[in-house]
Ligand binder design. Structure first.
Ligand code: BEZ
Length: 212
């Protein structure tokens, strides 16, 4: 069965650049992002891993652990990491799973045979503290991901978990949000959104971001 938003992220044990990892245990009570790379020593992946490492403080602030996966072994990852660090001016500060047997790639359906029989696509799984998959993003191997966008999605998920709002087009942290259509009680709206709200249409009500 395919993995969907709301599925429990499959657990696994696999080697990594930092040793053996039992995934759920490693996640602990944190959120996580698991993201795949087609192969070691490839140019786009090198840039992505450097960018992700440099953004680690932003992921830490949001209680997110990062973990990458590439279908090469740990010795290959160890040879690749200095290239990432030197060319991207980064310090690799999270593990890269060593998925030579494709265990993780298969479990998470990261190999799309119509694209390649052996390389993974660029998958991103955002996983919450209860191990539920909250977002799945998929790019082809030729398109590097935008890690600022991944942080934006995480901000939206964490905000909308704790407030009765949704985030509109191109929203970023600090922008106005929409009040969820299910919330209709005027007293509750006034209590939840003391900064006020604008009714553009009965179903489209904007309010300043409530946790700012
Ligand atoms: C890359 O990471 O640079 C890459 C990997 C596979 C195909 C194309 C690009």
């Amino acid at each position: 069965m395919g993995l969907h938003i709301g599925s429990i992220a499959p657990d696994f044990e696999q080697d990594s650049s930092t040793g053996r990892i039992a995934f759920h245990e490693w996640l602990g009570s944190s959120w996580g992002i698991l993201f795949s790379h087609p192969k070691d020593f490839t140019p786009v992946c090198t840039t992505e891993l450097g960018r992700a490492a440099n953004l680690k403080p932003e992921f830490d602030k949001r209680n997110i652990k990062m973990i990458a996966v590439s279908v090469d072994d740990a010795a290959s990852h160890q040879r690749w990491i200095p290239d990432i660090e030197e060319t991207q001016n980064a310090h690799m500060n999270f593990p890269i799973l060593a998925d030579a047997d494709r265990k993780v790639a298969t479990l998470y359906d990261m190999i799309h045979p119509e694209a390649s029989d052996t390389l993974t696509v660029r998958s991103v799984f955002i996983i919450d503290a209860s191990k539920k998959i909250r977002a799945i993003i998929t790019y082809p191997a030729s398109t590097g991901r935008n890690f600022t966008e991944i942080l934006r999605v995480i901000d939206s998920l964490q905000l909308t978990d704790s407030h009765k709002v949704a985030t509109p087009v191109d929203w970023k942290d600090g922008d106005d949000v929409v009040i969820v259509p299910a919330l209709q009680d005027a007293a509750e709206i006034a209590q939840r959104f003391p900064k006020g709200h604008k009714v553009l249409r009965p179903y489209l009500r904007m309010t300043p971001q409530p946790n700012k």
